[in-house]
Design a protein around this ligand. Sequence first.
Ligand code: CA
Length: 233
Amino acid sequence: MKCTILVVEDEPAIAELISVNLSFEGYSVRRASDSLQAEAFIKAELPNLIIIDWMLPGTSGIQLVKKCRNVERTKCIPIIMLTARSTEEDKIDGLESGADDYVTKPFSPKELGARIKALLRRRSPELTDDAVTKCGICLNPTTHSITGNGKAIILGPTEFKLLHFFMTSPERIHSRGQILDKVWGDHVFVEDRTVDVHIRRLRKALSPTNHDKNIETIRGSGYRFATNPTKKN
Ligand code: CA
């Protein structure tokens, strides 16, 4: 899944360095040079991760992080704080404001890349390229291939994303709205029923190996990937 990263940095050279490196690593990069621009961008399209510089003109990076954490839509978004400050106290301030991680300038693009990967792995495993194996299903995002008990399973792109999302958060119940946000993106306006259509297709594709049972309907709540399915759908 293509991961969108918003870089909020007012120094053009640093913003450029980060963008070039992240684009090279396969991320889709957006840039904002101050908090206002960043907020406008977030309003239009929720990124998967935000890198925020501490010292920004106008609203500071710390204030922007706090704002993000106070709004339902951005409450859980992974955030990395970027800054030249490096005293212990400043670090604590940065983390207390709600940032997930903290990278001190000057940093190597390689280090930032590693921190991003670690954070995504922790917070949004469905966005990483790590292969996932559960209940005899092996899903490999890099080769875009799936097998069920060793047999190839062919899935359309949406069903692939859906299964990847389910397998990286097993047992957890997801509402149709949450599934739409995570799989289709929150700026895409499609009806909740669309989810049901794709669930049906996914189950059909998984049925030859009986893995359709792992996709459970939770009446009145949504769907989940059950590692120990109990009922028949
Ligand atoms: Ca700055």
